[in-house]
Design a protein around this ligand. Structure first.
Ligand code: HEC
Length: 702
């Protein structure tokens, strides 16, 4: 490193509160060697899938920012490890602070005689020095042209009617439409023309933990980026037109999206506020701080999904990790930002389902996190949400011997149908009771009309981590049918009338018995969303084939039951040597349709279009277009970083665009890259190289 050149910069930050000492950096080096070097490299260069902590990546990610942001990212390391790897050394607060000092010094920033203080206030005051001539502000809006200014000024309010029946050109909310189908009626890019698809524009974004989806209305694109910055861009060329920087308190969370209603852009923040911005200007209209059930556990709550607007109510799911009283869903008034109602996803003792928690007191009931955005059927007047299982599985493992008490743990793993006007629970259906595996049924619920026993039924479908689809009557919650993608080995049978599942007793976590359980707790599917095509009647599901080993002494522990756990190959892998799978399922015949197998798991949502295409990105890294009828790859583009969120499409002035965001860290990318590395190593195949690109939006057009 060019310490000499950088010394020039010392003045620019020595005016701020404190620096760090050489001794401190030395301690940091030792702690780094102990806890970080195995993944990030002895010289902080990054190995395999862990990014480098020096050089270009450091310069682009951390310079010009408060050291607190770097500190937050370091303190969440080693990464949240589902397998609870007990081998990883635990670090003290001082060691973490010393590592910050060491990383700063490794990037040419000079020590002085003052210790770096580790408290939040000091760290957020201390700015990491910029390089000489380094562009300070990646997301600085450009001066809009007259045409752009007019486009913003004329942005039409997003009416209820538009949300129910959006223009084919627009992508107004997370799943595009209220039914969450991720189907676009656009067909300019189709099976014949897709071969000519190429990059139209690319706009860099700030790196960090994130999963942003782009949405588009009247040729303006909206999205959030790390940590809590909201942007409006010209959807034809990626120029930033306005920006709103929300001053978040604490650590940034991996949020999935923003949504439009009326003149407002609605978003959730990392510090658990729901905010409404003026879509034309980015000015704040209202700011709602979510009231937490257990305020002392503030850091364990998150808002991860995009808000959902149903009529004049903004519905927001809340996640709660190991928090007494669990997660909840909130209704906020769209016009005033005031709270309207709340539904608790963990049944309290006085709830009609209060007896399903193994006789635990309220303070010992937790889980029911609401991770994904819900869907809405305006005709039925219901919103549909999923609630996650609990991580605190130990106390539920063995059912207590008390009359009327069960350990089903309502409303975990349920589809919840709520009236958005008042939050009333109209019906619910539990897909898997007492989930000891962390195999959530927490993801998006899709609505579709299906022919079932000779009549048309409005169905609500969802697919959990075990990659099994359950379809219910959306009006009543009555069970219709299931389709199993064939990855899981936990469910031995399904009652054809009620859909009740019988677990294979050998796969139930047990301290005394080893078992190969498929899939892994990362999920055969995870956050990347499915799509449904009303044309082909197929659901397109991104899958990974990977399992877990439950065994004493395997190094990790599964949730609070503490049963030993490690990860393992899927027994069928040897057939094709592939972990990734794009699976089409036909809803009309309730059968598996085609499947495309590949080494790289798919790391984005799937998007299907009237042009007969399914788009999906994978950790190759690439964006691919598949034939929606056969799964044949019709087009692909190499990316320079992992596509890490949703794929969307829109049109402006008769031209169709396909957009994907890349380069963000998030939980499912971590799981997938880890599995591919482990698999490759076991097969003595080359471990895929870590892509070097920085986060960006990529937009393709003909
Ligand atoms: C088991 C492997 C592993 C270990 C050990 C580990 N990391 Fe990481 N780290 C990762 C991966 C993978 C990512 C990228 C995904 C993410 O951001 O979560 C990452 C991301 C980061 C980031 C964000 C970098 C960026 O550019 O986005 C920082 C900073 C970081 N690690 C620091 C550390 C420090 C300091 C330690 C030691 C205390 C450490 N890590 C230990 C795997 C690891």
């Amino acid at each position: 490193m060019f310490v000499g050149a950088l010394a020039l910069l010392v003045g620019s930050w020595s005016t701020t509160s404190s620096a760090f000492t050489k001794d401190q950096a030395g301690k940091g080096r030792a702690a780094y060697r102990k806890a970080c070097a195995v993944c990030h490299g002895a010289k902080l260069e990054g190995i395999q899938l862990a990014p480098g902590l020096t050089g270009e990546r450091f310069d682009q990610t951390w310079r010009g920012k408060a050291a607190g942001l770097l500190g937050d990212n370091i303190r969440r390391m080693p990464p949240e490890n589902l397998e609870g790897d007990t081998e990883m050394p635990k670090l003290t607060d001082d060691e973490y602070t010393a590592i910050i000092a060491y990383i700063l010094m490794s990037n040419g920033i000079e020590p002085d005689d003052q210790e770096l203080a580790g408290d939040n206030a000091s760290l957020s005051k201390y700015k990491v020095a910029l390089l000489p001539g380094q562009k300070l502000d990646l997301l600085k809006p450009t001066q809009p042209t007259e045409a752009q200014a007019a486009k913003l000024a004329n942005l039409s309010p997003v009416t209820d009617e538009m949300l129910q029946n959006p223009s084919p050109n627009d992508w107004l909310q997370w799943g595009r439409t209220y039914d969450g189908q991720r189907h676009s009626p656009l067909e300019i890019i189709n099976k014949n023309t897709v071969k000519d698809l190429s990059l139209e524009w690319r706009t860099p974004l700030t790196p960090g933990q994130n999963m942003p989806h782009t949405i588009v209305h009247d040729g303006i694109m909206f999205l959030h980026t790390h940590p809590d910055t909201y942007l409006a861009l010209d959807a034809t060329n990626g120029q930033i037109l306005w920006r709103y920087e929300y001053d978040t308190q604490g650590r940034a969370s991996q949020k999935m999206g923003v949504t439009l209603a009326g003149d407002k852009l609605l978003a959730a923040t990392s510090d658990k506020h729901v905010i409404a911005l003026n879509a034309k200007t980015g000015e704040l209209i209202w700011d709602h701080e979510v009231e937490l059930l257990t305020p002392a556990a503030k850091g364990q709550y998150q808002l991860r999904s995009s808000p959902l607007v149903a009529g004049d109510v903004v519905v927001m799911g809340v996640t709660a990790t190991y928090v007494p009283k669990g997660g909840f869903i909130l209704g906020i008034d769209l016009n005033t930002g005031k709270r309207r109602w709340q539904f608790n996803t963990v049944a309290w003792p006085d709830d009609p389902e209060g007896h399903t928690w193994n006789d635990l007191p309220l303070a010992k009931r937790n889980g029911g996190s609401v991770w994904h955005q819900g869907t809405y059927d305006p005709e039925l007047g219901l919103v549909y949400y999923g609630a996650a299982p609990t991580y605190d599985t130990g106390p539920l493992m063995v059912r207590v011997d008390k009359e009327g008490v069960t350990n089903d743990a309502m409303y975990t793993n349920c589809t919840l149908a709520l009236d958005p006007k008042d939050g009333r629970l109209v019906w619910y259906y539990q897909h898997a009771p007492n989930d000891q595996w962390d195999l959530d049924w927490a993801f998006e619920r899709q609505l579709a009309d299906v022919m079932w026993k000779g009549k048309k039924v409005r169905a609500v479908m969802n697919i959990g981590k075990i990659a099994l689809l359950d379809a219910l009557d959306a009006a009543t919650g009555e069970y219709l049918f299931s389709i199993d993608s064939g990855i899981q080995n936990i469910i031995a049978s399904i009652d054809p009338v009620t859909g009740a599942k019988t677990y294979d007793p050998d796969k139930i976590p047990n301290h005394e018995r080893a078992a190969l359980v498929c899939p892994t707790a990362w999920g055969a599917r995870s956050w990347p969303e499915t799509s449904y095509s009303p044309k082909t009647k197929m659901v397109y599901l991104p899958l990974s084939e990977w399992c877990m080993n439950m065994e004493k002494g395997s190094g990790g522990a599964l949730l609070s039951s503490g049963v030993g756990i490690g990860s393992d190959e899927h027994p069928t892998l040897s057939d094709d040597n592939m972990i990734g799978r794009l699976q089409a399922m036909n809803i009309e015949t309730q059968e598996l349709a085609w499947a495309h197998h590949q080494l790289s798991p798919i790391s984005t949502s799937t998007l299907n279009t009237a042009g007969g295409l399914v788009f999906a990105g994978d950790i190759d890294p690439s964006l691919k277009a598949y034939d929606d009828a056969t799964g044949k790859i019709l087009w692909q583009a190499k990316l320079d970083a992992h596509p890490s969120s949703g794929v969307t499409t829109y049109a402006v002035d008769g031209k169709q665009y396909v957009a994907v965001t890349t380069g963000f860290g998030n939980f499912h990318i971590g799981g997938m890259t880890g599995a591919v590395a482990q698999f490759s190593k076991a097969r003595e195949m080359q471990i895929p190289k870590r892509p070097t690109g920085s986060p960006a939006i990529w937009v393709f057009a003909l």
